[in-house]
Design a protein around this ligand. Structure first.
Ligand SMILES: [Zn+2]
Length: 417
């Protein structure tokens, strides 16, 4: 495949810039799915491109889920899915993205515009790509490598595979979804329609990184009911819900907050608080890699509720606990060959793969829970969700080649159930 490096270079650079220019920002305040109609703009482009590549079975549904099926070239393999999200983060403008291409990067500071610059002293990953092609923003928007790099890498791999039928591959499903950034996309995703035994999101960052583990996550909403009475005649009667909520918040262990933890440590994070004397509410998210430890944290929040209730006679505290997603490692454990093949697929590109645990969740975690184990492959994108986002072309090429390798490793290799 080495002789095809130039083809991947040209195809990916053009493709990525084209997708990056389409405004697909999602909106956490919208109640529709997709949360923004504009996500259809890119979905329709991809739909047309997949058809033009000769992919026979392409469906775009009313919620902006695109599922396409490319038949295999061998019998006996398991269907696998390749998945990326088309929206970009609402944290920063994704309108009028104007990608800048720096060829033969000289290793110095890259000026984005008069005001902002990318300095390798601050972002040492840049020095890995001296002499290579790098794509940056013009300093006014994000780049959208999260996850248009993933979209482009999958599309390049599919284009390559469809014009190289001599490469053995199983049936493939190509899946593009909206609203990963708002966490809403999976709510309307037709998981039952998938035929894939395993799926792979292409939505990571550092080159050669593989993620097969993420947090188990709960959101706990705590509601405080007080007893309201004129403060002038309140002695012995008033129960102040706002004060109860602030006591509760102060009892959350600061040493187990997101800002005090990293690596494999979990945390509690107070995400919202509001209220008055009569009623108050707060929300705490709980994260842990270990499912039992996550449950113990939820039980601790229950204990805190009883403690606060005891301190405020006349007041009451109620919890509403929602499990948001589960560590995908649990679903991958019975199928060790999946991660082994990912590692091998990356190694075949000449890179040494690295395994990480995601301190967050992915759409893949939610899909894993629905019965399709879905680990995550790198895209090469850096400094995601802001003006300093950049991506190196060789990283995109190796991501795309990793996908081609992975597909071959699944061809004809039926794994244990
Ligand atoms: Zn993403």
């Amino acid at each position: 495949m080495e002789q095809d490096r130039a083809w991947f270079d040209t195809d990916l650079l053009e493709r990525f810039q084209r997708y990056a220019r389409v405004h697909t920002t999602s909106d956490p305040h919208s109640s529709t799915t997709p949360t923004t109609e504009r996500q259809f703009d890119l979905a329709r482009i991809l739909e047309a491109e997949l058809r033009a590549l000769g992919v026979p079975d392409v469906t775009l549904d009313q919620h902006c889920n695109l599922i396409a099926r490319l038949p295999g070239t061998v019998d006996g393999g398991e269907t696998i899915g390749l998945m990326a999200h088309i929206d970009t983060a609402p944290d920063f403008s994704g309108e009028a993205v104007n990608p800048r291409v720096i060829r033969e990067y000289d290793g110095g500071t890259i000026r984005l515009n008069d005001e902002f610059a990318l300095d390798p002293a601050e972002y040492p990953m840049l020095s890995r790509y001296v002499g290579q092609t790098i794509v940056t923003t013009d300093g006014t928007t994000l780049l959208g490598a999260d996850d248009k790099a993933g979209v482009a890498e999958i599309m390049s791999a599919v284009s390559y595979l469809s014009s190289h039928p001599e490469i053995p591959r199983p049936d493939l499903e190509i899946v593009f979804t909206p609203d990963e950034e708002t966490g809403r996309g999976m709510e309307t995703f037709p998981a039952d329609a998938l035929r894939s035994r395993f799926c792979f999101t292409v939505d990571g960052t550092d080159e050669a990184g593989i993620e097969a583990e993420c947090f188990t996550a709960y959101k706990v909403t705590v509601t405080f009911a007080g007893y309201s009475i004129h403060p002038g005649s309140a002695r012995g009667k008033l129960a102040n819900a706002a004060a109860m909520a602030s006591l509760y918040a102060s009892l959350l262990p600061r040493s187990e907050s997101p800002e005090a933890t990293d690596g494999r440590y979990g945390f509690y994070c107070l995400t919202e608080i509001s209220g008055s004397i009569a009623q108050a509410q707060l929300a705490v998210i709980v994260r842990d890699f270990d499912a039992d430890a996550a449950q113990r944290r939820v039980a601790f929040l229950e204990t805190l509720a009883r403690t606060v209730e005891g301190a405020y006679p006349g007041g009451s505290v109620e919890l509403d606990t929602v499990r948001q997603y589960v560590n995908m490692a649990e679903f991958l454990k019975p199928h060790p060959q999946v991660v082994e093949r990912m590692l091998e697929a990356v190694r075949l590109t000449g890179m040494e793969p690295t395994l990480h645990a995601i301190r967050g969740g992915t759409d893949g975690a939610r899909l894993s829970e629905k019965g399709v184990p879905t680990p995550n492959l790198f895209t090469g994108g850096q400094n995601l969700h802001g003006r300093y986002e950049w991506i190196a072309l060789p990283a995109m090429v190796r991501a795309s080649k990793s996908i081609v390798n992975l597909v071959q490793l699944f061809a004809g290799a039926r794994s244990s159930p």
